[in-house]
Design a binder for this molecule. Structure first.
Ligand SMILES: NC(=O)c1ccc[n+]([C@@H]2O[C@H](COP(=O)([O-])OP(=O)(O)OC[C@H]3O[C@@H](n4cnc5c(N)ncnc54)[C@H](OP(=O)(O)O)[C@@H]3O)[C@@H](O)[C@H]2O)c1
Length: 331
């Protein structure tokens, strides 16, 4: 993998070349778009603000309902001349669990492209190593609607999406080393990216080492600790260790977290719909953490927030799938 800096944006964001496909290099800081409930206008305005301050990489998913406003904002940015063309942007979307069936992969990507009003995505990811009976996304899902994932069949269909040029690169999300083993065993085109929960409070050392050995680039979701997804607060933004480091460096806690992720060679996709915070999240390239900072961060207690079983209601039973297969936490 090679890294180069983009010059077109207001801030020069380093980029990483992905191994597979003819994907545009991925800017190593992107913008997450997940916000529930979805308000199209808020997403559109936030994406335009992000483009203005220098973001070129955007993360969406069929599940989030933000594909349409993201596509509208991208079209508007091109009309206004904020970017020259679609090629200046890097757009990721994801196949939802109810679409995680071999025959539904290609039609689902076509639906995503229609929502985005784009001819291709730069990166298409299997959202989870979880398969739910086909149907519209809903929360929570019934445990009895979970079915085993056909890793080989789904990955073949993902490869077809890349061959057709509808996805410039393909990858996975929330996969552990065990899930990746299953994909790599059958892949003709290996996954370019694994997008996982990763931040100073969930550092993913095992997975990072595994991916580095196999040329799979790691992207960090919930890089700032997430949006209180489990109701237990935020282990990153509320960390005293990070607050101390931030104070000493004259930076914010968010910047310390994003800088630490960058120094691990990982791409981050923090979500902010606030222009000042968006700007702040890009200002991490002209300073460094010290050895002592890194040591303190390496000792932060670890806690995983997002769990696969949280997609399902408390009631009912898993009848056709072993919940252990869905375990996405790995020390
Ligand atoms: N693949 C997956 O399964 C998966 C799962 C979760 C998320 N994701 C993706 O990853 C993206 C990011 O993860 P996330 O949304 O879970 O959480 P996150 O990016 O860790 O945190 C976002 C929260 O931090 C706030 N924030 C942003 N910048 C800040 C700053 N500089 N200072 C203080 N607060 C700041 C945001 O609020 P404001 O908007 O008010 O700034 C928001 O509440 C998502 O949007 C989505 O695209 C993927």
């Amino acid at each position: 993998m090679s890294m180069a800096a983009s010059t077109a944006a207001a801030v020069a964001v380093p980029e990483v070349s992905l191994r597979s496909g003819d994907a545009r290099p991925m800017p190593m800081v992107g913008m997450g778009t997940a916000q529930f409930p979805v308000v199209n206008e808020a997403t559109r305005n936030a994406v335009l603000a992000a483009i203005e301050v220098g973001f070129r990489h955007f993360d969406t998913a069929f599940l989030y309902g933000t594909e349409e406003p993201l596509g509208e904002a991208a079209a508007e940015a091109i009309r206004r001349g904020l970017v020259r063309s679609r090629e200046d942007l890097f757009v990721t979307s994801k196949l939802w669990c109810t679409q995680n069936h071999p025959h539904l992969v290609l039609p689902s990507l076509r639906e995503t492209l229609k929502n985005l009003q784009m001819e291709y995505v730069d990166l298409y990811l299997i959202h989870w190593p979880v398969c739910i009976k086909p149907g519209p996304p809903k929360f929570p899902n019934k445990k009895e609607d979970a079915v085993p994932v056909d890793f080989e069949g789904v990955w073949r269909a993902m490869e077809e999406c890349q061959r057709l040029g509808l996805a410039r690169a393909i990858g996975v999300s929330n996969f552990t080393t065990k899930h990746l083993d299953r994909v790599l065993a059958v892949a003709t085109i290996p996954p370019a990216v694994n997008q996982v929960e990763l931040n100073p409070a969930w550092q993913q050392r095992t997975l990072r080492a595994y991916c580095a050995d196999r040329g799979i680039h790691v992207a960090a979701y919930s890089p700032l600790g997430g949006q209180n997804w489990d109701g237990q607060g935020n282990a990153v933004l509320d960390s005293e260790v990070l607050a101390e480091i931030a104070k000493a460096r004259g930076k914010t806690v968010a910047q310390v977290a994003l800088r630490w992720i960058h120094e691990q060679g990982v791409t981050s996709i923090a979500k902010s719909y606030n222009k000042e915070r968006l700007k702040q999240n890009l200002e991490i390239f002209d300073w460094e953490l010290t050895e002592e900072d890194r040591l303190k961060i390496s000792q932060i207690p670890q806690r995983k927030v997002v769990q696969a079983t949280s997609l399902f209601s408390e009631e009912g039973e898993f009848t056709s799938v072993d919940p252990e297969e869905m375990n996405i936490a790995e020390e």
